[in-house]
Design a protein around this ligand. Structure first.
Ligand code: G
Ligand code: G
Ligand code: MN
Ligand code: NA
Length: 249
């Protein structure tokens, strides 16, 4: 209970921040970032999202928090628009199932873009497979409306859920994100290597790009590049950090 109250107060007291993790293409160029939410509880210790996002989802606070994330990420995009080394960077933002389920989610995305002036073509929303159960018609309609703004979609944690191929085909996605659980042991576990290859082949056959997350070594990057992965993210390239600490280009 104390934790829940603190969470509410945290939003009022502006204790949340976004950190950004760099994403790199197969030529080694920095192409953008993923925004990752951080909570400096009571202005002191950092609480990891795995500890507070499930609670924020259970008590509905994820809705105002998620909107804050969206608007803050768009505001950051707008600041980068004036920086020569970062003007082309894309911004990936995690969206919670509850946000997507809001009847006015499309308008909320539009509002974040309109308020900040961010270029919609640089915004990428990350959905997870777990959101693709239930009212798929509603999800597809909202995705199409948001795509019409110019915004792209990436399917996060791919391979860990149950999305059927028939659903995958219907979604206006631009990217699949290979989950880090398949990347971790990719050099030693032949099953993980097969899964990663299969995801790349599937994605390319559906005309989607593939990004691997959790890349921690040059050897993992090289292996993933060798099987056709288009982009990479992970500690090898950089940890999630404050905007001011990010590299350029
Ligand atoms: O940032 P890691 O560093 O700990 O993130 C842990 C989990 O929290 C990931 O599954 C990530 O998708 C989720 N997460 C991080 N930031 C956000 C956010 O802004 N919104 C939502 N819904 N999930 C987020
Ligand atoms: O949104 P998503 O579930 O993809 O969240 C990414 C999570 O993975 C965040 O918690 C982020 O801090 C973490 N992460 C990013 N890069 C690495 C990495 O190279 N290794 C590990 N173990 N975790 C990572
Ligand atoms: Mn993500
Ligand atoms: Na993930």
């Amino acid at each position: 209970i104390a934790f829940e109250l603190d969470l509410r107060q945290g939003l009022e007291r502006q204790e949340f921040e976004l950190h950004y993790q760099i994403q790199v293409d197969d030529a080694g160029v920095n192409t953008g970032v993923e925004a990752l939410l951080r909570w400096r509880r009571g202005g002191k210790e950092m609480v990891p999202p795995a500890q507070f996002i499930p609670i924020a989802e259970a008590n509905g606070l994820i809705l105002p928090l998620g909107q804050w994330v969206l608007e803050t990420a768009c505001a950051q995009l707008m600041r980068w628009a004036e920086e020569p080394g970062r003007a082309h960077w894309t911004m990936a933002v995690n969206v919670s199932a509850l946000q997507l389920a809001q009847s006015d989610f499309v308008e909320r995305v539009g509002r974040a873009l309109g308020k900040t002036g961010a270029n919609p073509a640089l915004l990428k929303l990350e959905l997870t497979e777990s959101m693709l159960v239930g009212d798929i018609e509603d999800v597809v309609a909202k995705m199409k409306a948001i795509k019409a703004y110019g915004v792209a979609f990436s399917l996060d944690d791919f391979g860990t859920g149950y999305s059927s191929l028939s659903i995958l085909k219907r979604l206006p996605l631009q990217q699949l994100k290979i989950d880090q659980s398949f990347v971790r042991d990719i050099l030693i576990d032949p099953n993980d290597a097969v899964i990663a290859r299969t995801i790349v082949a599937l994605a390319h056959n559906l005309d989607l790009r593939v990004i691997a997350e959790g890349v921690e070594s040059a050897e993992q990057r090289d292996f993933l590049a060798g099987i056709g992965c288009d982009a990479f993210q992970g500690y090898f390239f950089g940890r999630p950090i404050a905007a001011g600490e990010l590299p350029k280009d």
